[in-house]
Design a binder for this molecule. Structure first.
Ligand code: PEP
Ligand code: MG
Length: 762
């Protein structure tokens, strides 16, 4: 199927590259799709935002007379319903559906099956792709999956084609004002205790093109040949990037690079570059910079952010062409690949999304500085997963830093030195060279306290590629796999098959237990392609299990994928943000339905898996007795439990760091949980929030009877060292003392005294 998909995608790209007539392009595409998918009808309906209506833009199979004449409002007919609800409809006998509306003159009355897929990019629905067939049955899952995968590509192509073809000339922007060149020091929240030095790469605001000088060439023909060679090299590099992204992050898909390839084939862009070279004898670099500036202006005219964001892709790809030309000029060797070691960049951004990071040449990125976000925001988790130190929530960073400025990040204090002077660099000289990550392997056996209690130290991972670090850091199992990245790095809901591919890799790489947490998005982690209500308090709103229970087909496909992929492995299935027993019962009911369906179809799937909920909403603390009979385990999410207990927004730059797991109120909560679980020895309790790797938190958790902690893998050796020095019975006494103290500071010094005494030789 994949081969077929790639073939169709390539055909679509070729059509787009060859033709400049948009309507003709679309009509060619629907013809190719209908033929390759062996269906009777394939149509594209485009959404006209101005008039709030869907218009039949191209069709294969319906009457050509109806093109541009079939018009419907969102919610009208099946296509309108699919658009309004952003849902895929796959129906046999569509005429029996209550929303069915016949557009007689199209000739569609003879078709007995109907599949519609929204064409969505970053939450924006551009239209609907439909296929129809005379056969009276739903389209089979592989066809539906293929259409869904194609829909994203098609939406991308429609969006780009529209942008490129429809842009109007506008005056240029004034040049950027000069800013200071003095050393500046800023502060933020660090994600890693690492110090790095590199050159700023301004994301969003950088303007490398401004530094390209206006140069005339003597031989435009030669320059044109150089352009063709550089384009080939840029294509090669784009394909390499695509492979790299997939190898590095299995959760990602590489559709973004298809957009880049399309830019490299686009005749409007290339035509203009060639025109500058041929007519004005400008150098390749200057011609590209000119064309980019023109297009950037046009992109910025769009009110829609999705459209504006495409300028970054164009910039990215044009820079790759310039880089390609530089390689050819310097070496004459077109086959040479661009060295990823060539630069050491510190990525500076106002706001960075996980998908942004995947687009970056992460090998070159030494560090990240970001104006928005706190230490537990998801981009920080991704940066940690990729081993890139970041400092987030750095106010004023975009104003203070220019492209290429030298920047030193001190992860110990959260300081960002912009254009550091010699004195500062000298001060950090030794730390910079010493802080290479350790390649040393750590033992993976049991981690015993001095009185022989085994504390299982597990790994929290967000990316499959992190599995390789498990053995290195001595993790016993995967204590938390956050599934959300697979969803966050895409522009569409990953299909069941996409998900199976990702999840199976986990079970292929580890024989140990794996805790997979189902999708925890919404609230402060929106998915652009799922319509979210506007909420004043998103952290208290439509997120986690609330969203999944509301989107049952998404939830069921997700569960099916996990159960199918886990059939050979040891699975613990974890549900986030459960706050009332009713949600838990509904989850169990849905799981049962999913299992029954899989049984019925004889599809192999996990059967003896464990079910657990995150203990991260305070209401659960008071309903443990009614919830526990319905689960095998619970996992304490201290990040959210702190947020909801203290009413402190965990992502807030101003108050996020005030939530302290060592506050006596929280320590009492931990004791309450531990005491409760002692009454239910057959139920497992684990901690997977950040408290599990806070040195002073460890003896308190062990004192509460918690025997399993899960954390980012690299913290495991440090935590193991602490565990091996302490006595669990003494931890219990320490906990009893700590709950009687008044402040977090008092708890900290009590625990510090305890730790010091524990390391003293007897
Ligand atoms: C938590 O809330 O502590 C947790 C582990 O989950 P996340 O940080 O992904 O919300
Ligand atoms: Mg949580």
């Amino acid at each position: 199927m994949l081969g077929n998909l790639l073939k169709i995608l390539r055909q679509i790209s070729e059509i787009i590259a060859k033709t400049s007539d948009y309507d003709y392009t679309l009509s060619q595409i629907v013809t190719v799709l209908a033929e390759d998918l062996s269906v009777d009808v394939c149509s594209v309906y485009e959404y006209d935002e101005k008039n709030n209506e869907l218009i039949l833009a191209a069709t294969y199979g319906l009457s050509q007379e109806s093109v541009k004449k079939v018009v419907m409002k969102p919610g009208e007919g099946l296509t309108g319903t699919s658009f309004k609800e952003r849902r895929i409809l796959n129906l046999a006998n569509p005429q029996n559906h209550p929303k069915f509306k016949l557009f007689d003159f199209t000739g569609e009355s003879r078709y007995n099956s109907f599949l519609s897929v929204p064409l969505t990019i970053s939450g924006k629905c551009l239209g609907i792709l439909t296929i129809q067939s005379v056969r009276n049955e739903e389209f089979e899952a592989p066809v539906a999956d293929m259409v869904r995968s194609l829909s994203t590509q098609l939406a991308n192509l429609i969006l780009n084609t529209k942008i490129l073809r429809g842009l109007q000339d506008v005056p240029q922007k004034p040049m950027k004002a000069q800013i200071s060149t003095d050393q500046v020091m800023l502060r933020g929240a660090p994600t890693a205790q690492t110090t790095v030095l590199g050159n700023a790469f301004l994301f969003l605001k950088d303007d490398v093109f401004n530094s390209i000088e206006k140069v005339a060439v003597d031989d435009p023909e030669h320059e044109l040949q150089l352009l063709e060679k550089a384009l080939l090299l840029a294509k090669q590099k784009t394909l390499e990037l695509e492979h790299k992204a997939l190898a590095m992050i299995s959760e990602a898909d590489a559709s973004i690079f298809n957009v880049h390839l399309m830019f490299l084939d686009d005749q409007t862009v290339l035509g203009k570059i060639r025109q500058y070279i041929r007519n004005d004898s400008f150098s390749l670099e200057y011609s590209i910079a000119q064309v980019f500036r023109e297009f950037e202006q046009k992109f910025m005219q769009f009110t829609d952010q999705t459209f504006r964001d495409r300028s970054f892709d164009l910039k990215d790809v044009l820079l790759r062409v310039i880089e390609g030309a530089a390689i050819i000029k310097n070496t004459g060797d077109e086959a040479m690949v661009m060295s990823p070691e060539s630069t050491k960049l510190v990525l500076v951004a106002h706001e960075l999304l996980p998908s942004d990071l995947i687009r970056m040449p992460v090998d070159n990125i030494m560090g990240i500085v970001c104006e928005k976000g706190g230490a537990t925001a998801h981009v920080s988790i991704l940066a940690k997963a990729l081993n890139i130190p970041a400092i987030l929530g750095v106010k004023g960073v975009m104003e203070a830093i220019r492209d290429q400025d030298e920047i030193l990040l001190d992860g110990h204090t959260g300081r960002v030195y912009v254009r550091p002077g010699d004195q500062v660099k000298d001060h950090f000289k030794d730390v910079l060279s010493n802080e290479k990550p350790s390649e040393e392997r750590h033992e993976s056996g049991p981690t015993l306290t001095t009185d022989g209690v085994d504390i299982r130290l597990n790994a929290n991972i967000s990316l499959i590629c992190e599995i390789s670090t498990l053995a290195k850091f001595g993790a016993r199992a995967i204590g938390l796999y956050r599934t959300e990245f697979m969803y966050m790095v895409r522009d569409y809901i990953p299909s069941e098959e996409d998900q199976i591919n990702v999840f199976s890799q986990i079970f292929k790489h580890t024989q140990n237990e794996v805790t997979i947490r189902v999708l925890d998005v919404g609230g402060d982690k929106p998915l652009p392609y799922i319509p979210m209500p506007h909420e004043d308090n998103p952290a208290l709103g439509y997120r986690g299990i609330r969203l999944l229970l509301d989107r049952k087909s998404l939830f069921k496909a997700h569960l099916r994928a996990i159960l199918r992929a886990a059939s050979p492995g040891k699975l613990r299935l974890l549900f986030p943000m459960v706050s009332i027993i009713g949600e838990l019962l509904e989850i169990r009911q849905i799981l049962q339905e999913v299992e029954d369906e899989l049984h019925e179809k004889n599809i192999p799937h996990a059967e003896n898996y464990k079910i657990g909920v995150m203990l991260e909403v305070p209401s659960v603390l008071f309903t443990l007795d009614s919830m526990l009979p319905h689960v095998d385990f619970m996992s304490v999410g201290t990040n959210d439990l702190l947020q909801y207990t203290f009413a402190i927004d965990r992502a807030s730059e101003s108050v996020g760091s005030h939530a302290d797991p060592l506050d006596p109120a929280f320590v009492r909560i931990i004791k309450h949980i531990g005491d409760f679980f002692k009454r239910y020895p057959d139920k497992e309790i684990t901690v997977c929030g950040e408290m599990a790797n806070v040195t002073q938190g460890i003896p308190l958790l062990i004192g509460a009877g918690i025997r399993e902690l899960s954390m980012p893998p690299k913290f495991i050796p440090k935590v193991a060292q602490v565990v091996k020095k302490i006595n669990s019975a003494e931890c219990r006494i320490l906990l009893d003392k700590a709950i009687r103290l008044n402040t977090a500071a008092e708890v900290k010094s009590e625990v510090n005294r305890f730790l010091l005494a524990s390391v003293r030789p007897l």
